[in-house]
Design a binder for this molecule. Structure first.
Ligand SMILES: Nc1nc2c(c(=O)[nH]1)N=C([C@H](O)[C@H](O)COP(=O)(O)OP(=O)(O)OP(=O)(O)O)CN2
Ligand SMILES: [Zn+2]
Length: 129
């Protein structure tokens, strides 16, 4: 079956520390996180802003995390203060948080893959199986 794969990338700048980590990463420090979001679907849908079924998902709903924290995103915040406590601030768990929050904003049958780069040389992928 043919399908669409929608891809968008963005960055956000935030501070974090890994709770109970023995070493420098346990101290507050910052990253420019890079995020890639891929949304795949065999079907198109309307969006909040468009009544016609012409999108996998609105790019706006895939890029929410790049917004300033005061507007509901993750930019310019202390991640430990913004993510619920069960979400540790490793790249793995940040990717899961972005996945969980993005899922709430897109049609339920759209498959999602989130990649988070904590540094240019280290990244993680979290995706629907
Ligand atoms: N599996 C994970 N390991 C580590 C994570 C993580 O999210 N998942 N995070 C960190 C730290 O947050 C840290 O900021 C990364 O530090 P580091 O690996 O030292 O990054 P550098 O680019 O500075 O690496 P160098 O090899 O020192 O250049 C740690 N581990
Ligand atoms: Zn870090």
């Amino acid at each position: 079956m043919p399908q669409w794969k929608l891809t968008t990338e963005f960055t956000f700048d935030s501070a974090h520390y890994i709770r109970d980590y023995q070493g420098p990463c346990g101290r507050m420090h910052g990253h420019t996180y890079k995020v890639k979001v891929e949304a795949t679907s065999e079907k198109l849908y309307p969006s909040e802003h468009c009544p016609h079924p012409v999108m996998v998902a609105d790019f706006k709903s895939l890029r929410w995390a790049k917004q300033d924290v005061s507007k509901g995103g993750l930019d310019h915040c202390i991640l430990n203060e913004v993510l619920p406590p069960e979400y540790y601030t490793t790249a793995e768990v940040i990717a899961k948080f972005i996945y969980d929050e993005t899922k709430k904003r897109i049609p339920k049958d759209v498959k999602l893959k989130i990649c988070v780069w904590e540094t240019p040389s280290s990244w993680v992928e979290y995706e629907d199986s």
